[in-house]
Design a protein around this ligand. Structure first.
Ligand code: PLP
Ligand code: COI
Length: 344
């Protein structure tokens, strides 16, 4: 199959129309059989629940072309399960896990020409989402929904790809204890836009959000979880005391890769902001971010916290984790069974 004529290496993290999206509608208590559509627009009632009370959840995963030309994607059932959990938290009818995985396969296969070639550094980003399409005017869950998947080829999320970035500690909070930080809902991102615009205007790549209850512990950035490496080479992964960090599939995979494939010591625990000066390396991890190295973090007092790896170089542990993870994702390195799913 011939790939599209695109300068794959020049892609940024932006939306391009591809050939097909996937769509299924929920009405009268059931999801319809669903299928592919070449129509990339949605027409809905002005009174749809999405538009007033933000009933929306989404996911993000990637597909890659392996060296031998196969198209593979990474752990789609994990995204399916997380979206199931997200939907339940927002009183939306969950889309069945097997149907999600099947829909992901269908939409990738139909857009195979848009999956960037092996070695291009780009990937096909898959964005499943679910919205309330039924009318609501009082505050309550809608009765009708749409599940949809759009796909688009993307390059690196942070400009410069693997060059270390600077972050600022946000004065705003991302997620409340007992709130919705642990699900992937658009509402969490709406409230992060103001601090994100502010951070970008000041020259930072993103924010580091602290726990909102005590503003003592590191939680996550606007679009990725954090990883730290201490001076002994231990991978330290922040845990939330209040379950307000999104359970990143990349982070959970890296914990397994580090412990089981690379023989590293891994600690998953709450990380106080006042300990970060002791770390040698820091990175942000996620589907879009992959592993993006962080060179420094500037706190709310304007004090710079520069990691030993600095602003010029990627630390050796982040480099190794990144190379191993991307090697597994593109089928170059054999990872744990079932992680890489062949699509076409
Ligand atoms: N944290 C936030 C806020 C995110 O938006 C994402 C992206 O999905 C992640 C973490 C990383 O999660 P994953 O590795 O499952 O993509
Ligand atoms: C992803 O990594 O898939 C995300 O959804 C993060 C988003 C900020 C682009």
């Amino acid at each position: 199959m011939e790939k599209k004529d695109i300068d794959w290496g020049a892609l940024s993290f932006a939306y391009l129309h591809t050939d097909y999206s996937y769509v299924s509608n929920y009405q009268d208590g059931a999801w319809d059989e669903g299928g592919l559509t070449p129509d990339h627009t949605i027409v809905m009632s002005e009174c749809a629940g999405l538009l007033h009370y933000c009933q929306e959840v989404f996911e993000g995963l990637k597909a890659y072309t392996a060296k031998d030309g196969r198209i593979v994607c990474f752990r789609p059932a994990m995204n399916a399960q997380r979206m199931y959990d997200s939907a339940q938290r927002l009183c939306m009818p969950p889309f069945p896990v097997e149907r999600f995985v099947d829909a992901v396969r269908q939409v990738i296969a139909a857009n195979a020409a848009w999956v960037p070639p092996f070695g291009s550094g780009a990937a096909l980003y898959i964005r499943p989402f679910m919205i309330a399409t039924g009318d609501v005017i009082g505050v309550k869950p809608a009765l009708e929904y749409q599940f949809r998947i759009l796909v688009t080829p993307v390059g690196p999320y942070y400009k410069g790809g693997v060059k270390p970035v600077a972050l600022k500690v946000s004065e705003y909070d991302r997620a409340a204890p007992r709130g919705t930080g642990n699900i992937k809902a658009g509402l969490n991102y709406a409230m992060s836009l103001y601090p994100s615009v502010e951070a970008h205007a000041e020259g930072y790549a993103d924010n580091m959000f602290l726990d909102s209850q005590t503003r003592t512990y590191v939680e996550e950035s606007g679009g990725a979880n954090f990883l730290f490496v201490d001076k002994d080479g231990t991978l330290v992964v922040p845990q939330s005391l209040t379950d307000s960090i999104l359970p990143s599939i990349t982070r959970r995979s890296l914990v397994t890769v580090a412990a089981e494939m690379l023989g590293m010591k891994v600690e998953e625990r709450p990380v106080r902001f006042d300990e970060i000066d002791a770390f040698a390396e820091c990175g942000m991890c996620g589907t879009a971010a992959v592993i993006s190295p962080v060179g420094k973090v500037v706190d709310t007092e304007g004090v710079e916290h520069v990691f030993a790896s600095g602003m010029e170089h990627v630390g050796p542990v982040m480099e190794k984790l990144r190379a191993t993870l991307t090697g597994i994702q593109t089928g170059e390195i054999e990872g744990p069974a079932g992680w890489v799913v062949e699509v076409a």
